[in-house]
Design a protein around this ligand. Structure first.
Ligand SMILES: NC(=O)c1ccc[n+]([C@@H]2O[C@H](COP(=O)([O-])OP(=O)(O)OC[C@H]3O[C@@H](n4cnc5c(N)ncnc54)[C@H](OP(=O)(O)O)[C@@H]3O)[C@@H](O)[C@H]2O)c1
Length: 312
């Protein structure tokens, strides 16, 4: 059986990928600060900026494919901690790329819609990049280097990833800088009856982590190189997205009020209209992109099952 190494298996995306990969791969996964248990996955601790340890583990496992689901992706934190963001988002993956070259391993890197400036509403893989913040810049620099490294690779650009993650449900803060994904955050607040002011002028293509994991597994099994837009199928603003969360989970929609993003002072600039076109991915990977309603309904179905899960 081929071997798959998932870096960041304690994260939302890594966890989902590990859970669907064991039929096709012998799965190994690393966490950094939040230890996890996943069926059929051999798990170990690894800080990906520790060059010696990462070399040792990769040479020991000799995976056929590595999917890097780890990053520093708190956008405001990256803006003020650029050296650290560079180490995690660019330097560490490039060290892994060098090792991949030595042992002929395929490398899958997850990038972001924030490589674009948000002035278009339908970016495809060929569209001109122009990141507005340091997080987007770090991801783009990694994309460029990986594409030119002479290895088998895929870059999966994604956006507003959400879903249930055992580590997040335990309230543990990830070293990625994220505590909770947007849907879980909004659900918690709305269920407590809290009113939410949500921006109605920032558009993106929200992506259920389970759907992203399907794209990544398909890329892991494929030998196609290049960039792929791996997102949900619907371009929507944050306010309408939050209304949909309330609707699907039977919460009063009146708790959600639209506001302009000029109301909030954020450290890093955000692209305003940043929706990704999934045509290439649909044709090449044969994985369906879910729309917002399909994604949230799937989350609702999973909720009871996950609450009763012994690993939460
Ligand atoms: N979330 C989004 O909305 C979004 C949007 C666009 C792109 N992306 C990209 O999608 C990917 C996955 O995001 P996600 O939301 O699934 O992430 P996540 O839930 O925040 O998990 C991040 C993972 O990275 C690990 N990590 C952080 N620093 C590390 C280090 N120095 N060494 C080793 N592991 C480290 C974390 O380990 P611990 O938990 O053990 O600390 C965790 O397993 C990332 O590349 C992110 O940039 C995410």
């Amino acid at each position: 059986m081929k071997k798959l190494l998932i870096i960041g298996v304690s994260g939302l995306t890594g966890n989902k990928l590990a859970n669907i990969s064991s039929q096709k791969f012998k799965v190994y996964g690393s966490y950094n600060t939040r230890s996890v248990v996943i069926n059929n996955c051999e798990i170990f601790q690894l800080d990906k900026t520790d060059k010696e340890k990462i070399k040792y583990k990769i040479m020991e496992i000799k995976p056929n494919v590595i999917v890097d689901c780890s990053a520093l992706h708190n956008v405001d934190y990256c803006e003020t901690h650029q050296e650290e963001a560079w180490k995690v988002n660019v330097e560490a993956p490039m060290h892994i790329v060098t090792l991949c070259k030595d042992i002929n391993t395929r490398f899958i890197y997850i990038s972001t819609d924030y490589v674009f400036d948000g002035t278009d509403n339908n970016y495809n893989e060929e569209s001109k990049t122009n990141p507005l913040n340091y997080y987007g810049t770090s991801k783009l620099r990694a994309e460029e280097r990986i594409s030119n490294a002479g290895i088998s690779y895929a870059i999966a650009r994604t956006s507003l990833v959400f879903g249930w993650n055992p580590s997040e449900l335990k309230g543990l803060k990830s070293s990625s800088g994220k505590t909770m994904n947007f849907v879980i955050w909004a659900l918690n607040k709305l269920r407590e009856g809290e009113s939410l002011r949500i921006v109605d002028d920032q558009y993106s293509t929200p992506t259920l982590a389970d759907n992203l994991a399907e794209f990544l597994l398909s890329l892991a099994n494929s030998n196609q190189d290049g960039i792929f837009h791996t997102v949900g199928s619907e371009c929507i603003n944050r306010y309408d997205f939050t209304l949909k969360i309330a609707e699907i989970f039977n919460i009063k929609r009146e708790l959600v009020t639209p506001v302009s993003s000029s109301l909030f002072k954020q450290v890093a600039k955000r692209p305003m209209r940043c929706c990704l076109d999934v045509s290439k991915t649909r044709q090449t990977l044969k994985v369906k992109s879910l729309n917002v309603e399909e994604s949230l309904l799937k989350m609702k179905e999973q909720e009871e099952e996950l609450k009763n899960s012994p690993i939460i």
